[in-house]
Design a protein around this ligand. Structure first.
Ligand code: FAD
Length: 497
């Protein structure tokens, strides 16, 4: 049987393992941590459960299709519900918008609360949908580094969208040219953070992102985001995938320009196919030190990272929902702090995710589990202790003002995650959440391909390679790898007696 070794049990690695097992490979996943999930893990603080990393889940069919591919019924393993409203937005001037999942209702809410013309909102969402549908097949679902992609009729579909894609404007310019209300522009600009980018630099192309949330929907998995990884590991194990925990891969073994296995502290694993779910920068620097590295690709600017305060809050806030945003007064200054000055503004936008709103078991009765996140630069040697202290103070002051109640005395449990810890726990270069940023219009072409052009048998999946970071794109990276890896030749038929 042909063997595959997958380095890392992040969501990209787990999904790749499923796809290769279905394809007939004997798959072993080597994971440095004591458990699976990478950024997508969970933990408890007293009576409070927290999803440690991702909190927003879109395109759930990409999870479902893995179960279907393996001949299973998705709902036997994994269930989710559509969120409505999706997000509660709060501005410092006291205004408040509920982003309903129905596009028409959301447009009406924007008109009532912010005075934004309803029709303009609907037109913007329809455009986002049209451009997503025109471009996703080429830019997200296929390798951009294979000739076949450019010979497909999908390219014509993508080319027909070119003039509307906003490649020559920034995302902010595109939004500000459509809407005069700065609050609604800020709401649309925020979608740049879904891949760790800056709306004042990233191209208008990123305005396809709202389609995912506002037209297709945002979903909440039963058991939290962690259930995505847990249910897929269960599936993978049923398919015979072996997960080896506490096994850090130290080297990818190569012979005659081919990857032939991996080496961990416990020994060597021979493989016909090696897939790295480790961030591509340390994959080259640590696992392939003797191979020439694609320096231009590895030096692409990183996405933002995050400072997260996990707070067990001993009170309920009926005005909050699962996803809540408390905007800053000056968004431009906030992003300049992140991407230009490599620090954190004193008035950051604050995101609060409260899963106990969807699943009351995640917090004790009368309490809520707050995942409080601020976008920050990736680690470049900043003093994170000082930045954490300052940001915690700024966040507490902001939330206390905007919610009209002093928050600090309500904190019953607390833990913090910073870029150094993210890097230390997952090997993500600089603790970046989404690999490289999309702050320039060529970013999609400058991400590392899903295969090595030098070493036969070596593939890459996960948030640091094509098509990018975030759960849906990591799942798509696994799908592309699954399609690139050669099919296992059927075993020779047994001679009839
Ligand atoms: P990772 O999660 O990066 O895991 C890689 C795994 O490889 C780790 O388990 C690591 O231990 C292992 N590994 C590394 N090196 C080795 C080695 N040498 N040997 C063995 N094992 C190794 N995405 C969304 O879609 N929605 C969100 O709301 C969202 N919010 C986020 C918030 C935070 C705080 C964070 C951190 C991320 C967020 N993301 C979000 C991004 C999303 O979590 C990631 O894009 C995705 O989970 C990355 O998956 P991955 O497959 O790249 O692997």
């Amino acid at each position: 049987m042909r063997k595959a070794a997958v380095i890392g049990a992040g969501i990209g690695g787990i999904a790749t393992a499923v796809r290769l097992a279905v394809k007939g490979y004997e798959v072993t996943v080597l994971e440095a941590n004591p458990t699976f999930g990478g950024k997508m893990h969970e933990f408890w603080l007293g009576g409070y459960r927290f999803d440690a990393g991702p909190s927003l889940f879109t395109l759930p069919h990409l999870v479902d299709e893995l179960f279907t591919l393996a001949g299973r019924t998705p709902s036997d393993y994994f269930r989710y519900t559509r969120l409505d409203p999706i997000t509660h937005y709060f501005w410092p001037d006291g205004s408040h918008v509920k982003a309903y999942s129905d596009a028409g209702r959301f447009a009406q809410e924007a008109e009532q609360q912010l005075g934004v013309p309803k029709q303009a909102v609907q037109e913007a969402l329809a455009k986002s949908s049209r451009l997503y549908k025109g471009t996703a097949d080429t830019f997200l679902r296929k390798s951009l580094h294979k000739l076949d992609t450019y010979l497909s009729p999908d390219v014509l579909k993508a080319l027909s969208c070119l003039s509307d894609l906003g490649l020559s404007t920034t995302m902010h310019e595109a939004n500000a040219s459509q809407f005069s209300d700065p609050r609604f522009v800020q709401l649309l600009d925020r979608f740049a953070t879904y891949n760790g980018s800056d709306p004042y630099q990233a191209p208008g192309t990123l305005n396809i992102i709202p389609h995912l949330e506002h037209n297709i929907g945002a979903f909440y998995p039963e058991g939290g985001i962690y259930a995505i990884a847990a249910s897929l590991v269960k599936l993978a194990e049923k398919l015979g995938v072996a997960f080896k925990y506490n096994e850090q891969v130290e080297r990818i073994i190569t012979e005659n320009n081919k990857a032939t296995g991996v080496e961990t502290s416990s020994g060597k694993y021979k493989a016909d196919v090696v897939v790295s779910n480790m961030d591509v920068v340390p994959t080259y620097r640590r696992l392939l030190p003797d191979q020439p590295a694609p320096e231009k690709t590895l030096q692409q600017p990183r996405s933002s990272s995050a400072l997260i305060f996990y707070w067990g809050i001993k009170r309920e806030f009926p005005q909050l929902h699962v996803h809540n945003i408390f905007f800053s007064q000056d968004y431009k200054t906030e992003f300049e702090h992140i991407f230009k000055y490599k620090t954190v503004s004193q008035d950051p936008t604050v995101y609060i995710n409260i899963t106990s709103k969807a699943d009351p078991q995640d917090a004790p009765a009368g309490s809520e589990n707050w995942f409080v996140m601020v976008n920050v630069p990736h680690n470049q040697g900043q003093d994170w202790q000082q930045l954490t202290t300052n940001t915690r103070q700024a966040v507490l002051q902001k939330l206390s003002n905007m919610l009209g109640v002093s928050i600090e005395p309500l904190i019953q449990e607390e833990q913090v995650l910073d870029p150094l810890l993210i890097e230390g726990r997952t090997s993500s270069f600089g603790g970046a959440l989404y690999g490289s940023s999309s702050n320039n219009r060529m970013a999609a072409f400058l991400r590392h391909p899903n295969f090595s052009s030098r070493l036969k048998g070596l593939y890459f999946c996960g948030g640091s390679v094509h098509p990018g970071g975030g759960i849906p794109l990591c799942l798509l990276s696994a799908k592309i790898v699954g399609e690139l890896v050669p099919a296992v030749a059927p075993l020779p038929a047994k001679p009839r007696k």
